[in-house]
Design a protein around this ligand. Structure first.
Ligand SMILES: Cc1cc2nc3c(=O)[nH]c(=O)nc-3n(C[C@H](O)[C@H](O)[C@H](O)COP(=O)(O)OP(=O)(O)OC[C@H]3O[C@@H](n4cnc5c(N)ncnc54)[C@H](O)[C@@H]3O)c2cc1C
Ligand code: SF4
Length: 594
């Protein structure tokens, strides 16, 4: 608790205050020096934050003391300090500056404190956002109006109980969900004129400066703000638009602060007597197990890992997903399911489990790193991206040298690069295509370049690796590349790339991370489960495979993302339940979430 209370912006315990380089006031960049924690310090720090808020007479009516926002007295476990909140602006998240972030595996964005969460929840209610619309946008139909009110009232356990009626993963989803609720919340526009002097704080600018010159319309979603070629700002809250409530941060706060022991597991239906197997304890498998238990079935979960959580546990690096949150949300024994971990099942073992259970839900994900098959790939110091990150996630960081080359430009490459940086390496990411072709979905690729540069990670585009160089002891010493150029557009509308003759060059390094994605292990699938080599065939309305006793979801059926996998698991559980109880099979509109 000392760390949380030490100052509103400082997340380090007193012994480490010299590391703190958080902005002193909203939008500022100066480092502040923290003094020993205590009531006066706390009050001063909050006062300083309030003093930094932008104030104009026109918006004076929108700026209210927090006391007027709170509906009831909060619990005594924390003090409420009088401060002022601008209802147009989100309560700012506390973030480490990049130079501090690269020195630690702690999360670089801190969970709201109780005061911050209550202020943000109160702001959402006070400003009059349509939280019913937000609920309508949530694939899990979390009762957002009800839980936000509980947070504003200081009843965090009550808020947790409400969220857990819809899904069991508030700490996790509050960190990674694709903000369907926030996007469904209609914007609120103040009737006053646009504030001519308004400029977004630097941390809100998503794009890289090089991208700004050519930009004519905003390209990212959510609250990020972008500067256009003509100097205007667009996106987010640009002057007279209220910033939408930070619902992800509120859900994360509830997951982290709510007391799970006060929100006991609820069984909705009487015991059915059916035994269901769940293969894979990632988001898909665990969501299915959770819902199956709620619906009254016995559940046995099988996984290769000793710890449930799947990719959340092994894939996400800890600075992006705190492992305590993963442990908290992903505990199937708390729901009464049996967890059999530590064994990678073979095709025969899987077939036997399917035989022994009434139904099986299969969610084994894509847990195998894809190789580039470069010459000398077996050299010491060459890693697959997922294996490299996993070593850190499980607490055994690999020995690394001074210079790391990451090959690839998707999410695994970024996570691997940032992991290597935190292990003390100078890091370069090489990608064979151009920045516009980075595999980052609908997000702005320049945002990634900018974020990497902030952490001191360099990008090199249009460079294709051709071989790994080693010394006589088979240790990696460098990578040979050839330069590439863009050609004509192919059928998908993407430029083809060609290598430029006689353009090879060598970059010295002592660590290479191949991070070009993950693939399925289809060799374990029993006969009768059909696939096309990339994904297993299912009826998307009930997630049934071509095997009459097997359902499937998650990465295995091509649903990318933990939220999509969890939704598939919950829907499949309902379909299995209706089959077990002899009812018409429940069917859903289950188009992929993304
Ligand atoms: C580095 C990285 C970063 C990512 N970042 C994001 C992100 O920011 N946002 C996002 O939405 N998604 C992200 N993803 C993708 C996301 O993790 C997956 O889409 C999601 O985990 C899929 O869930 P799942 O349940 O299908 O599979 P998984 O979470 O992969 O779980 C599958 C489980 O099955 C087990 N298993 C596999 N084979 C066997 C077997 N034969 N026997 C026993 N057990 C087996 C595995 O051990 C694993 O625990 C990321 C992925 C990676 C690799
Ligand atoms: S964060 Fe995700 S799960 Fe939570 S309310 Fe929003 S859309 Fe629903």
């Amino acid at each position: 608790m000392v760390a949380a209370w030490h100052g509103t912006r400082c997340r380090y315990p007193e012994s480490q205050v010299r590391r703190c380089a958080e902005p002193a006031v909203r939008g500022g960049t100066a480092a502040h020096s923290c003094r020993p924690h205590g009531t006066p310090h706390r009050g001063e720090a909050l006062g300083a934050q309030g003093a930094g808020l932008p104030r104009t007479p026109r918006f004076a009516r929108l700026i209210r003391p927090i006391g007027s926002i709170l509906r009831t007295n909060p619990p005594e476990r924390f003090a409420v300090v009088a401060r002022e909140v601008d209802v147009r602006r989100r309560v700012q998240m506390r973030q480490m500056s990049p130079d501090v972030a690269v020195t630690t595996f702690d999360e670089h964005v801190a969970t709201y404190t109780p005061e911050e969460a209550m202020a943000e929840a109160g702001r959402a209610l006070e400003a009059g956002f349509d939280l019913e619309a937000a609920k309508g946008g949530c694939p899990f139909r979390v009762d957002i109006p009800a839980y936000v009110r509980k947070v504003a009232d200081g009843d965090f356990d009550g808020a947790l109980a409400i969220i857990k009626q819809s899904h069991p993963f508030p700490s996790v989803f509050g960190r990674m969900c694709h903000w369907f609720c926030e996007r469904a919340t209609p914007a609120l526009v103040d009737i006053g004129e646009r504030d001519p002097d308004w400029k977004p704080p630097e941390w809100k600018l998503a794009a890289h400066p090089d991208a700004i010159l050519h930009r004519k319309s905003p390209q990212t979603r959510g609250e990020s703000v972008q500067q256009m070629g003509d100097g205007r700002y667009a996106g987010g809250a640009s002057g007279n638009v209220f910033e939408r409530p930070n619902l992800l941060m509120l859900e994360r706060f509830v997951g982290d602060y709510g007391d799970p022991s006060r929100t006991p597991f609820v069984q909705e239906k009487p015991l059915s007597g059916a035994h269901i197997a769940v293969i894979g304890a990632g988001s898909g498998g665990l969501a299915a197990a959770w819902m199956l238990r709620r619906l009254g079935h016995e559940v046995d979960i099988y996984d290769a890992l000793d710890v449930p959580g799947g990719m959340l546990w092994q894939g996400y690096p800890p600075f992006r997903m705190a492992k305590f949150g993963v442990r908290r949300d992903n505990d199937p024994t708390a729901w009464g399911a049996r967890y059999v971990g530590g064994r990678y099942l073979s095709k025969e073992e899987l077939a036997r489990i399917i035989d022994e259970h009434d139904y099986t839900f299969l969610a084994v994900g894509a847990s195998h790193g894809r190789r580039l098959y470069l010459p000398a790939e077996d050299a010491e110091g060459v890693w697959l991206g997922l294996d490299f990150i996993t070593q850190v996630s499980i607490g055994h960081p690999p020995q690394v040298g001074k210079h790391c080359i990451v090959l690839g430009a998707g999410s695994t490459a970024h996570d691997a690069a940032r992991t290597a940086r935190r292990l003390g390496c100078a890091v370069q990411i090489f990608y064979r295509r151009s920045v516009e072709q980075m595999p980052v979905g609908e997000r702005d690729p320049w945002m990634y370049v900018r974020n990497m540069e902030r952490e001191g990670i360099e990008y090199r585009f249009l460079a294709n690796p051709v071989r790994i160089l080693t010394d006589e002891g088979n240790r990696v010493t460098g990578v040979e590349f050839v330069r590439m150029e863009l050609g004509e557009l192919d059928e998908s509308g993407r430029s083809s790339v060609y290598s430029i003759p006689d353009s090879s060059f060598v970059v010295a390094c002592d660590l290479v991370v191949e991070a070009v994605g993950e693939e399925l292990d289809l060799s374990i699938l029993p006969d009768g489960i059909q696939h096309d080599g990339a994904e297993v065939f299912v009826d998307r309305a009930d997630h049934r495979t071509t095997h009459p006793k097997v359902f499937a979801g998650g990465d295995l059926i091509g649903d990318k993302g933990n939220d999509g996998a969890a939704l598939a698991g919950i829907q499949a559980a309902h379909s299995i339940d209706s089959l077990v109880r002899g009812e018409p099979v429940k069917r859903f509109d289950s188009r992929p979430l993304r």
